[in-house]
Design a protein. Structure first.
Length: 615
């Protein structure tokens, strides 16, 4: 898409609304300006047929009924996506619908628009046929641009979808699939408000039938199109002007900051399991290989996280253990770029391009390449200054919680520490360093610094200290060579190396990817803490999708860092929380920062919830 042709397609997509309106206005000007006395096209088509004497009123009313059907198709299609996807000036690839109208054709909104344009052209002079012809050419170019973007994200799944559903005009087989979906018809407010642009043509054609003049259909119907164009432009421009989320600018996490050991206990993975996990730093996906699953799906909305996992996999496949530790940044090395060059041809084009342009990250070491890890290094240096290296070393030498708590109270929890947690760890500063979306659903009065200070005290005084590679990294800027994450342990290296091909990497959203999967596909779901980024409605929608693609008795795990999330009561007959196991595992979570750890089980068939069973 970097060629001149690709640039033109991109330009045409981003300015499609203005191009569409220009085609309509040009056609109308030519039709009414140059051929004012010419019979409408539908008259020319009907000449010599039994319907030649069809009254104009009947033609207009028939058109009105067709417009109703077209409007319902468009509103249904829009309801399955949302205005943020339909109206944005950029291609959105975070959702790919494969239900309802998207079984009729891959582009039901375009075919609905084209059908409406074709109906309008029938009431213009024959030259009006240029309008549907130009729209078809225009839409084919838009579709080519969209398909290129979707194909890069969804790959084989999208290829399979292309094979089964026609691009633009329906086929007999797709019509049968579509008619089977009619019972699922639904239109929400967003779908109605932003896709009812032809609805005023319904009374417009009725008025045209009464006055026997097409101009009444245009006068009454066109304000709906203008309203849609204004709203479309407003939403599109706003989305286009929004600063790109910092989540997608770069690698946010070069390590996973969730303890995979408690997930492994909750999951009890076996050789038949398909495990879904958020990619993040890739560490958890690699760790789950120790339990011999059939497949691991690592998904992340941020493609840079997946580029990181690609490189980690390439390293573990092709480098000896010592070189892997050097490339990752656990051991000192001046030759990391040389090690990368041994691996770069094994990466996908996009991953290779990213790393070629970020060799400084390679030089630092892979586990040090994330924005979050940079913040942790700053935090560690500040802690060393405030607390003192001697105090930190003393804590790591002590084995009992009582001794460590005494040191913490006497030497750590001083005035400097209290001021520090309220400033450097304040919500204001965190919002500058990380995307504000993370705090969207958090109480405005919540003190991140105070909350974090309490968790640090718990980690330092209650949890195992030497074995806690999360805390070691924060306080020392690297792992202790004797206490590495499970996937980097020398004893586990060869086991993981042999199973690396079982990892499938996906860039995109959970709901978009889940929509591509058949029912009962996945048996274990590691959602980390992504639910805190979602609104309650998005959370419920994702749970509904999860239930559909989950196998019976599938296990879900996720964390609550700042925002409480647990399945709503409406899911009690399908999702059961194991609160006791959740509490036990949370108490031993080395990743200490999370408020809650949630373990839940999915039942494919509705069963009585726990409260009902106790009655």
């Amino acid at each position: 898409m970097k060629s001149r042709y690709g640039f033109l397609l991109k330009f045409e997509f981003e300015y499609r609304i203005f191009i569409s309106l220009s085609i309509v206005l040009l056609t109308c000007l030519i039709s009414f300006g140059l051929f004012p006395e010419t019979d409408p096209l539908y008259r020319s088509v009907l000449k010599g047929t039994p319907a030649e004497n069809l009254s104009p009123g009947t033609a207009y009313l028939t058109a009105s009924l067709i417009i109703i059907v077209i409007s319902l198709l468009r509103m249904w299609s829009g309801s399955l996506l949302s205005s943020e996807v339909v109206m944005t000036f950029k291609v959105r690839t975070d959702l790919l619908s494969k239900e309802g109208p998207y079984l009729l054709v891959r582009n039901p909104i375009y075919i609905a628009d084209w059908a409406a344009i074709f109906v309008f052209s029938l009431f213009l002079p024959p030259v009006g046929l240029m309008m549907p012809a130009l729209f078809y050419f225009h839409y084919m170019r838009l579709i080519l641009f969209e398909e290129g973007s979707l194909g890069e994200i969804y790959r084989q799944d999208y290829k399979d979808y292309i094979k089964s559903v026609p691009r633009f005009f329906p086929a007999p087989s797709s019509c049968l699939k579509f008619f089977g979906e009619i019972k699922k018809f639904k239109v929400n407010y967003d779908g109605f408000r932003h896709n009812a642009l032809y609805i005023l043509f319904v009374p417009g054609f009725a008025a045209a039938a009464y006055f026997d003049n097409f101009i009444y259909a245009l006068i009454i119907g066109f304000p709906g199109v203008i309203d849609w164009a204004i709203v479309h432009t407003k939403i599109g421009v706003e989305k286009n002007k929004q600063k790109k989320s910092k989540v997608f600018d770069d690698i946010l996490y070069s390590q996973c900051w969730e303890d995979p050991q408690i997930d492994r206990i909750a999951f009890k993975i076996n050789s038949d399991d398909v495990v879904f996990t958020i990619t993040s730093g890739g560490c958890n996906a690699l760790t789950f290989l120790l339990d011999d699953p059939r497949k691991i799906i690592a998904l992340d909305l941020n493609p840079h996280q997946n580029y990181l996992l690609e490189l980690k996999i390439a390293a573990m496949k092709n480098l000896v253990y010592d070189k892997t530790l050097r490339l990752f940044g656990i051991k000192r090395s001046d030759s990391r770029v040389m090690l990368y060059k041994e691996l770069r041809e094994l990466l996908s084009n996009k991953a290779r391009e990213f790393w070629d342009n970020n060799l400084k990250k390679i030089e630092k070491g892979l586990i040090h390449s994330g924005r979050y890890e940079g913040y942790m290094r700053i935090l560690g240096k500040v802690l060393t200054t405030l607390i003192g290296r001697q105090t930190i070393n003393e804590l790591f030498r002590l084995s009992t919680g009582y001794e460590r708590e005494k040191i913490y109270n006497e030497k750590w929890d001083n005035l400097r520490w209290k001021i520090f947690t309220r400033v450097l760890l304040s919500r204001t500063l965190m919002s500058l360093l990380f995307t504000g979306d993370f705090f969207r659903y958090l109480d405005k009065n919540f003190s991140f610094g105070k909350n974090f200070a309490e968790k640090v005290k718990y980690a330092v005084t209650k949890l195992p200290l030497r074995e806690n590679y999360f805390l070691t990294y924060i306080l020392y800027g690297n792992y202790h060579p004797d206490y590495l994450p499970p996937y980097l342990s020398k004893d586990n290296y060869e086991v993981i190396r042999k199973r690396l091909d079982r990892i499938e990497i996906v860039s995109g959203s959970c709901d978009g990817y889940f929509a591509l999967l058949p029912d009962s596909t996945i048996s274990k779901f590691n959602f980390t803490n992504i639910f805190e980024w979602l609104s309650p409605t998005q959370f419920e929608n994702l749970l509904s999708q999860t239930i559909r693609i989950a196998k019976d008795r599938s296990v879900i795990t996720y964390r609550n860092l700042l925002v409480k999330r647990e399945h709503p009561a409406g899911f009690n007959d399908r999702i059961h929380s194991d609160r006791e196991l959740s509490r036990q595992l949370h108490s031993r979570d080395l990743s200490f920062v999370y408020d809650r750890y949630v373990v839940e089980e999915i039942y494919k068939e509705a069963v009585p919830c726990y409260t009902e069973l106790l009655r």
